[in-house]
Design a protein around this ligand. Structure first.
Ligand code: ADP
Length: 406
């Protein structure tokens, strides 16, 4: 039986959506509403090779949801909203409460709202998205898919920070990790492509986009990941520093009189590729500047690769070896030079990159003699979200609709 499932990613001023047909995984439409709250919001919808775009006032997320549902019918993506069988919502933080995606009811929604303390920029707006769609599509089952839940398999030794104990026990300060939906999707896809059960593989997944994180996956379970209490931690990113000596912060605060909010902006918005290169947070721009002889741009690219290599090294130790390295995200999927810089001199690990395959962006880019596979996998978080809706919400609905026949 085929189902039409909507994947929703609500941001503070945007709403991304995709309608998928499952189990085939085909995207029936995708799009985004941007500049929500403004008079000149932009609605973009792509379906069946066509693209519609309008600029119009969209007062709030309620208006955005109604606009989307109205246009799905008027552009004949669906004949009626009754065709939508389920909705999956991307939620940033599931804390320790959610070890898997969850069927949304009032208590799940209340927990998501309570977790806003840990993700003040994301959870409130994710919860708002859920409220809005529950009102707009009453009776349609909805599932929350958390960026953190894939990493709930981390052992204490991997998730604890060596701080006074009460910061964990009373305040929940620990490594949570993010990008879980992507790491899960690409590792499952890899196992399918290899024809090997994921339970038999030691994998390192490198999600390299504007935000970037690595994940060590053993037997299908996340055993370590580079983002931490917040997405600021780990490897260097477009505008985030990744890990630094934490004592730099009180030192800078004292020296320049910065507030906690300003320190946050420094680490999250002004650092990374942008901070070091002074050119741009965008990898392509930095690459171009480096090619034109910009020394700081070249240095930014080197730092970016070296920090990833150091993380790979520590994860190989933790996994006790490596069967496959995955590249995904905008940089991982597209930048030959980033993959080359990251994979250089790894023969001692049994990893040999095939430069010709790397240049033509093949699905597997290792030499035939390489013991470690190197895969380029296009991530698809929406498909993973829709699959979770199918797994968690729709069997129950099928069972319920079957009941009256008894
Ligand atoms: P987000 O985290 O916002 O989803 P993406 O996964 O789209 O980000 O990744 C954006 C990054 O991918 C940018 O730094 C961009 O420069 C980089 N990127 C996209 N295409 C290419 C390419 N062809 N070569 C190098 N980098 C690329």
């Amino acid at each position: 039986m085929s189902h039409k499932i909507m994947a929703i990613n609500a941001g503070s001023s945007s709403l991304k959506f995709q309608l998928l047909r499952l189990p085939a995984g085909e995207a029936l439409c995708q799009g985004i509403i941007e500049r929500i709250g403004l008079q000149d919001a932009v609605f973009t919808l792509k379906a069946a090779g066509q693209k519609w775009q309008e600029t119009l006032p969209v007062a709030d997320h309620h208006a955005a949801a109604h606009l989307l549902l109205d246009r799905l019918v008027s552009h004949r993506v669906v004949a009626s909203l009754k065709e939508i069988d389920g909705v999956g919502h991307r939620v940033a933080h599931g804390g320790e409460a959610f070890k898997d995606s969850a069927l949304i009811d009032s208590s799940v929604l209340a927990k998501i709202e309570a977790l806003s303390e840990l993700a003040p920029l994301h959870n409130p707006v994710n919860a708002l998205g859920i409220h809005v769609f529950r009102q707009a599509l009453p009776g349609v089952p909805m599932v929350a898919v958390f960026d953190t839940s894939f990493h709930q398999t981390l052992e204490e030794s991997a998730f604890l920070y060596p701080l006074p104990w009460r910061y964990y026990s009373e305040l929940g300060v620990r490594r949570y990790g993010f990008h879980g939906t992507s790491h899960k999707y690409v590792s499952h896809t890899l196992a399918e492509q290899l024809g090997v059960p994921l339970s038999a593989l030691r994998v390192i997944s490198c999600h390299l986009g504007n935000g970037a994180s690595l994940c060590a996956i053993k037997g299908g379970k996340s055993v370590n990941t580079s983002m931490g209490f917040t997405p600021q931690a780990g490897v260097m990113m477009g505008t985030r520093s990744g890990d630094i000596d934490a004592s730099i912060l009180p030192w800078v605060a004292q020296k320049e009189g910065k507030t906690p909010q300003q320190l946050n902006a420094l680490l999250n918005n002004e650092s990374g590729l942008l901070g070091v290169s002074g050119v741009s947070p965008d990898y392509r721009d930095v690459e171009q500047a480096a090619q034109q002889g910009n020394r700081r741009a070249a240095l930014a690219l080197t730092l970016f690769a070296e920090r990833i290599r150091a993380t790979i090294g520590s994860y190989v130790m933790q996994l006790g070896g490596l069967d496959a390295l995955i590249f995904t995200g905008g940089i991982g999927e597209n930048s030959r030079s980033a993959r080359q810089a990251i994979c250089r001199n790894m023969q001692f690990l049994g990893l040999e990159l095939d430069e010709e395959k790397n240049q033509r962006n093949a699905s597997f880019i290792q030499r035939d003699t390489s013991l470690v596979k190197v895969a380029v996998v296009n991530t698809n978080e929406e498909l993973m979200i829709a699959r979770d809706v199918l797994r968690i919400a729709l069997p129950q609905r099928d069972a319920q609709t079957a009941e009256p026949c008894l």
